[in-house]
Design a protein around this ligand. Structure first.
Ligand code: PMP
Length: 459
């Protein structure tokens, strides 16, 4: 029998959830002995669950999304006003918030000029893969169809984007995958693959080696996260991005930057790539774009790429033959427009830089105190602490203990994250991505909780 939940009395909601909801990323066997956590309300950086427990959210909605924090009435009002006026139009033709947001977004992205709307990060990335394939068909006689991706990066959950997963455990049981996606090595200096001085350049040269092995005329694009998120918060070493850009130009390979996590403020710039002076051909974004108030993603390209879909001789085949049904929902761009205004008017980029520095300083102090912290990495309010059993050998800390640290923080009322079931043997990095509104008190509360948890779990 179905459980009926009275929206004014949520006492039955945990049971309804246990019986009927299939949670993301969850082994449901656990819910035979523990209750699923059901969140009810959020304000700023705080969340409350159905049992009335309060939490400080250090991961912006679990997966680095709620950049401007919970409970934003102006975003809710912008969505409401828009939905009453016009909720939807897709296919050929546009709608008002889509046009206004595209115009606004592009003011933050010099050099970029076209915005294609869909609903999720995976979809935004798939659009690029399709564009690259179509460019290969139309302009390179079927060559330049392969796409490079990097070890430890992640680009989505569909079969196409999982074919570019640099996180083997995520992709393991869903193959076989389509051809034409080729892996390049990661660039994490802490886990060195080459013993050299200029590590950044060397790691980028590894991309060139793959290009030469495969044949430059077979490769159309490379997809990279500006700072790798779920793969362990990897901030590329000095010299890496400059060399990547050079290589892309040299071999005429389109550069696709996946800003699904870094985009819209997370690293203290509007986009992560802007920390490195990169000139991308494609930029994809989703999570923080509307902070989770509505589903929206964007695939942004240059006019040069856009023109490749205009000038081909056979007009019926030259345009991008793709649609995203819910890319026509007006709630997304209406929310994104207000989200961007909030970031501007409240100075949240500046706050992100300042609070990011504080978070890194606090983590550095924890590293002094706890030998289990092998490395700390960060860009803005996007930080990781890699835990090791032994600093000298860098042997990763036991995954169960890493999860115990996350669990202990949760018990203290602070939600943190960790790389989990994604990298074989390397699920040992604590991940922090508080909302861009975080205060010094929030940052200190987060690192104090981690301090206590590390002492409890590792002594
Ligand atoms: N790219 C990156 C870098 C991501 O972290 C994610 C989601 N975690 C995606 C793409 C996929 O986004 P979505 O879940 O919205 O499809």
């Amino acid at each position: 029998m179905n459980t009926v939940v009275n929206p004014n009395d949520i006492s039955g909601v945990v049971e309804a959830d246990r019986k009927h909801v299939w949670h993301h990323l969850s082994q449901h066997k656990q819910y035979e002995t523990i209750d699923p956590r059901v969140f009810v309300e959020g304000r700023g950086m705080k969340l409350w669950d159905a049992k009335g427990q309060e939490f400080l959210d250090a991961v912006s909605g679990g997966v680095w999304t709620v950049n401007v924090g919970y409970g934003r009435e102006t975003i809710a009002n912008a969505i409401r006003d828009q939905l009453i006026k016009l909720n939807y139009w897709a296919g050929a033709g546009g709608n008002v918030p889509a046009a206004l947001f595209a115009e606004k977004l592009l003011t933050k992205m010099p050099g970029m000029s076209r915005v294609y709307y869909s609903n999720s990060g995976s979809e935004a990335n798939e659009k690029v893969y399709k564009m690259v394939r179509q460019i290969a068909h139309r302009h390179h006689g079927g060559k330049k169809w392969k796409i490079l991706y990097r070890d430890r990066d992640y680009h989505g959950t569909t079969i196409g984007t999982l074919a570019t997963s640099g996180q083997d455990q995520r992709a393991a049981q869903y193959g076989p995958y389509p051809d034409g996606f080729v892996r390049v090595p990661h660039c994490l200096e802490y886990r060195k693959q080459w013993d050299v001085e200029n590590y950044g350049e060397r790691a980028a040269d590894a991309i060139e080696e793959v290009i030469l092995r495969e044949g430059a005329d077979t490769i159309g694009a490379i997809v990279l996260e500006p700072v790798t998120a779920g793969g362990g918060v990897i901030v590329p070493p000095k010299g890496y991005w400059e060399r990547v850009q050079e290589i892309c130009k040299k071999y005429e390979i389109l550069l696709h930057i996946d800003e699904v996590v870094c985009g819209v403020g997370r690293t203290g710039k509007w986009f992560g790539y802007q920390n490195y002076g990169i000139e991308p051909d494609f930029v994809t974004m989703a999570k923080g774009l509307a902070s989770g108030y509505a589903a929206i993603s964007c695939t942004v390209t240059t006019e040069r790429v856009f023109d490749l879909f205009k000038d081909a001789p056979d007009d019926t085949m030259s345009y991008f033959r793709d649609i995203s049904t819910f890319g026509g929902c007006t709630a997304g761009p209406a929310a994104a427009l207000e989200n961007m205004r909030i970031i501007e008017d409240e100075g949240l980029l500046e706050n992100t830089v300042k609070m990011g520095e504080r978070l890194m300083a606090n983590l550095a102090a924890l590293k002094e105190k706890h030998a289990v912290i092998g490395d700390i990495r960060g860009a803005g309010l996007f930080c990781g602490a890699e835990l090791v059993a032994d600093r000298a050998t860098k042997e990763p800390a036991d995954e169960k203990k890493v999860q115990a640290v996350v669990g202990d923080c949760l018990a203290q009322g602070v939600i943190i994250g960790a790389t989990n079931r994604s990298l074989p043997g390397l699920n040992n990095t604590l991940c922090l991505s508080p909302a861009l509104i975080a205060t010094a008190a929030d940052i200190d509360a987060i690192t104090n909780a981690i301090d206590k948890a590390l002492t409890k779990v590792f002594g």
